[in-house]
Ligand binder design. Structure first.
Ligand code: FAD
Length: 379
């Protein structure tokens, strides 16, 4: 067993660590205030060749592994979780369904531009009445002649305003239950397709979260992704990988909150001593450091299993559950260590706390992760 990063992983970590500090951190407070979407950051990430990092080089990807992807998500989230989730969703929800289930033609046509960073990837599963219970999908796709006609709506979809195509689920045969759900690649400029971006969110203000409305959107038969009736199964498999991304976000946000807290505790003086001289504060920082390290190790393990082609569903759910709940606790303690200043936007840890909450909800809530783990351990 070897806990060291490979030379390539370490190189990617150094590159993205410096990039996050120099290019992403400086505007994060403003973007949280204004909601400005950081297109310019993604153009630079594309120039660095990171937008298709874990995908095969033949489609313009970086041919890197899932651990490297997790490192990039972690480092971006360390300074700006909105940037972290945009990148994570682009790769693990936008690109992954195409890489896993696309035909050669589909990969060439749709995965390659994602790897180049021409536009962002997105994934439409959730509906107003089908969240945790994704099997309750109501959007329909009806085969008429040489096309599929899709009608329905999706909610809370990340990145769709910046996507030219996205994969989504629709019911093709209601009588078959979840085996009657299929996946489609849909151009966002197709007649009848509208994207709305009107949510007022608790956090992640600089990420793009949208509602999709599809009114008889016609796509060619070849836009079916994978086999007819396999859409539900495919998207659950995509979510297993996506959970590694959300877990990495948890590690990154927690690391950012911890770094700020340690620095603050060493500077701030009360009762004639720095906060870091008080054992009560030392214990908080020690717990934070320990839990971040444990979560990171679990994220890397889940990513490593995925890279070995071995089952990783249980480990991805464990990593997501542990890292995201840990992250909320670390952010709470970070605000506490900062005292009244922690409650102020200027010190940033309140933003980390607001952003972190989504991690316990998206890509399967904490309750759903416990259900997944329970099923995996044979309950
Ligand atoms: C900012 C943001 C970005 C998102 N991005 C995307 C995206 O890109 N693509 C996409 O498809 N979706 C996306 N989502 C949707 C997200 O995945 C769902 O919100 C999530 O799966 C929960 O679904 P729900 O909101 O309908 O909650 P519900 O399913 O209604 O759950 C409400 C509560 O009930 C609990 N619950 C539900 N069922 C059970 C059960 N069986 N046992 C125990 N407890 C249960 C839940 O854990 C939760 O606490 C995003 C959401 C947000 C907020």
């Amino acid at each position: 067993m070897n806990f060291d990063l490979t030379e390539e992983q370490a190189m990617i970590r150094d590159l993205i660590h410096d990039f996050a500090d120099a290019e992403v951190a400086p505007g994060a407070v403003d973007r949280d205030r204004t909601g400005h979407f950081p297109v310019e950051v993604f153009e630079k990430l594309a120039k660095l060749g990171l937008m298709g990092l874990p995908f095969p080089e033949q489609y313009g990807g970086g041919g890197a592994d899932t651990i490297s992807f997790a490192i990039v998500v972690e480092e971006l989230s360390r300074v700006c979780a909105s940037t972290g989730i945009t990148y994570s969703a682009h790769v693990s929800l936008g690109g992954a369904p195409l890489a896993l289930f696309g035909t050669e033609e589909q990969k060439a046509a749709y995965l390659t531009p994602l790897c180049r960073g021409d536009y962002l990837g997105a994934f439409g599963l959730t509906e107003p009445d089908a969240g945790s219970d994704a099997g309750g999908t109501r959007t329909t796709a009806v085969r008429t002649g040489d096309q599929w006609v899709i009608s329905g709506s999706k909610c809370f979809i990340t990145n769709a305003s910046y996507a030219r195509n996205l994969a989504l689920t629709a019911v093709t045969d209601r009588s078959k239950g979840t085996s009657g759900i299929s996946a489609f690649i849909v151009p966002t400029n197709a007649p009848g397709f509208t994207t709305h971006c009107n949510y007022e969110k608790m956090g992640l203000h600089a990420s793009n979260t949208t509602e999709l409305v599809l009114e008889e959107v016609a796509v060619p038969l070849e836009n079916l992704l994978g086999k007819e009736g396999n859409g539900f199964k495919q998207f659950l498999a995509v979510l297993d990988g996506g959970r590694i991304g959300i877990a990495a976000m948890g590690v990154g946000i927690a690391q950012g909150a911890y770094d700020k807290s340690l620095r603050y505790a060493k500077q701030r003086k009360q009762f004639g001593r720095t906060l870091s001289a008080f054992q009560a504060i030392q214990f908080k920082l020690a717990d934070m450091a320990m839990n971040i390290e444990l979560a990171r190790t679990m994220v890397y393990k889940a990513a490593w299993l995925k890279d070995q082609g071995r089952p990783f569903k249980k480990e991805a759910a464990m990593a997501k559950l542990f890292a995201t709940e840990m992250c909320m606790k670390v952010c709470d303690q970070a605000v506490q260590i900062h005292g009244g200043y922690g409650y102020m936007k200027e010190y940033e840890v309140e933003r980390f706390m607001r952003d972190a909450k989504l991690l316990e909800i998206g890509e399967g809530t904490s309750e759903i992760q416990r259900l997944v783990i329970a099923a995996q351990i044979g309950c």
